[in-house]
Design a protein. Sequence first.
Length: 186
Amino acid sequence: MEIADKAMHEEARRRAEEAAVAALVSEYAGTLYRVAYSVLRNAADAEDAVQEAFVRVLRHRDMLAEVRDQRVWLIRIVWNVVLDRKRRMKTRPETDDVAELARVLPARGLSAEERVAAAQHHAHVLACVEKLPAKERQVLMLSAFEELNSVEIAEVLGITESSVRSRLFRARNLMAGLLEHARSMR
């Protein structure tokens, strides 16, 4: 009798953990995709990175109860997956494919010309972001694209909050200069 109770309890615990992971997937898959895409610039690679991140979560699902901020924890996991992939790739294929950019741009209510102009502007801003030094680029992407605060960014990157603030300050100043330079070239 005791063995049957233990087996039922274990099965209920496993189902609860799977339900918790399923809830995380439905709530955070879009956020994690945006983080992965912002670094990888490839939809298929970003989807693979998100899938790999959730596989890692499944492997460590027993830790879910201990996680203080699930959103930051998941972003850190996908961030590490993406960085691992970039290290393995060594080179980064750039995509200027307008159809690919259209996936991440809002297109409702815009004419075809406006969508093309928006896609070109989006590509230009992303190209400027790519010109930033790596440390500043990472902080800016997490701040601007994922709207993480400096405490959350520090946790994701494993650096101090003051380092986040100074890198973000430098990144914004560099971006302003890059965008201004591009405007003056037109």
